[in-house]
Design a protein around this ligand. Structure first.
Ligand SMILES: [Zn+2]
Length: 423
């Protein structure tokens, strides 16, 4: 008797509990690595992990998705859970000036829930935009089971140089000290300090804003003002990579893109005005591109009306830029910038542009599964339905390889072996 009690005690201490096995019957199952679609497959899940696919096991419960298309949970590599849409600079300022960080965090709880309902079970959130380290708290709350949300990779404050990011004093009484949407630095030492502070607070990634002030030359090429001196951006890259973390760079044209890549950036965000030299460099170094297409289209008109036609000009050339970049072998990763637009709008909209502009639907899906998992250094854990991966699984009624819009109608979501949505 005493030995049995001891074994039970030991198992409890080691966290060994009898985990139930769930069998999920799939109508169609997409293998995101090979692109093949299999029918009549069964996924077996134990605890938070997939233990078998296609085999036969004893299960405690069965979930019947035999009329659905099943694939791994999607990954969005560029979100802002602490933003609720900012087409105009006023939309942005209102959030920073009129909403406290606790209030913005409450709204972010909804954004996280929304992302999960959209079928995005992992997101890389690229900057809190003035909401401090609230992203670290959201990540902790999700991991501790306090709230629903995707797996979060966070980049906390983001970094730009002094005077180059909203809220700008110029638009308000100059004697007011305005809150900033980033951590501002001047000089290499402050750059290093910012990276160290953000990593200490829990940043998984470091995000920089590499350029601003976009303009177009007569020959049609796009240029911009680089934000950092070479010393500053190199210090950020060095400090980041020496801590074995990685750098994500907002960069619109070659002036930001090449500087960011030289500093060691792993991903280029937006990049709407990139040229062939950038594409060549990105393809040869395996740098990922998150083009954020829907948000660009969404804000272009509004910003043009407010006197900034450059977004509209990016919009007019982005299709050919996209086709050229893909043709040259630039790695494409799914990133939406949602939060930059309202969370009520679709998160799976960028796929439509990909497919419209010639990408095979399977390849489009891979940008948000296998490629995104590689970007996050989580190959084999997310973005695939294979033994050993997290049980992050979604289902929909339609086949997205036939109509990519199906990804906007996710009917069933499992994350970490727990069903969060079922309709
Ligand atoms: Zn963004």
């Amino acid at each position: 008797m005493r030995s049995i009690i001891f074994i039970v005690f030991l198992c409890t201490c080691l966290g060994v509990t009898a985990q139930k096995t769930i069998a999920i019957k799939c109508g169609k199952l997409l293998d995101t690595r090979t692109g093949s679609i299999k029918t009549k497959q069964v996924i077996y899940v134990k605890g938070s992990t997939i233990v078998s696919v296609g085999g036969e096991m004893k299960a405690d419960t069965t979930i019947d998705l035999s009329d659905a298309f099943v694939m791994p949970g999607m990954i969005d590599c560029h979100t802002h859970v602490l933003l609720q849409g900012d087409i105009t600079s006023e939309d942005y300022d209102v959030q920073l000036l009129k909403e406290s960080i606790p209030y913005r965090t409450i709204r972010a709880v909804k954004s996280c829930y929304q992302s999960l309902m959209n079928g995005f079970t992992t997101i890389r959130d690229l900057g809190t935009e003035g909401a401090g380290y609230a992203d670290v708290d959201l990540k902790r709350a999700i991991e501790n089971g306090e709230m629903a949300g995707p797996r979060l990779f966070v980049s906390t404050l983001a970094i730009n140089t002094t005077g180059h990011y909203p809220i700008k004093s110029l638009e308000y009484a100059w004697e007011l000290k305005m809150p900033k949407g980033v951590q501002e630095i001047t000089g290499a030492d402050e750059a290093r300090r910012a990276v160290r502070q953000q990593l200490e607070a829990g940043a998984d990634w470091i995000k920089i804003y590499a350029d601003r002030g976009y303009y177009r030359l007569e020959d049609g090429s796009f240029r911009s003002l680089p934000n950092f001196t070479t010393e500053e951006i190199s210090a950020i890259g060095d400090e980041t990579t020496r801590s074995r973390k990685r750098l994500a760079a907002h960069a619109m044209t070659r002036d930001g893109i090449i500087a960011a890549i030289n500093a060691g950036a792993s991903t280029i965000e937006h990049g709407s005005g990139m040229d062939e030299e950038c594409m060549k460099l990105m393809a040869s170094k395996g740098i990922y591109w998150c083009p954020t297409l829907f948000v660009n289209a969404y804000v272009a008109e509004g910003r043009a009306k407010l006197g900034s036609p450059i977004n509209l000009q990016f919009q007019q050339s982005i299709e050919s830029t996209f086709k050229k970049a893909i043709g040259m072998g630039v790695k494409l990763a799914y990133g939406t910038d949602i939060g930059g637009y309202d969370w009520k709008l679709p998160q799976a909209k960028d796929f439509e542009y990909f497919v419209q502009w010639g990408l095979d639907p399977i390849k489009a899906i891979q940008t948000a599964t296998t490629t995104a998992a590689d970007l996050l250094d989580k190959r084999g854990k997310i973005g695939e339905i294979i033994p050993g991966a997290f049980a992050d699984i979604i289902a929909m009624k339609m086949d997205p390889t036939k109509d990519i819009k199906a990804l906007q109608e996710i009917s069933w979501v499992m994350k970490g072996g727990v069903v969060w949505k079922s309709k």
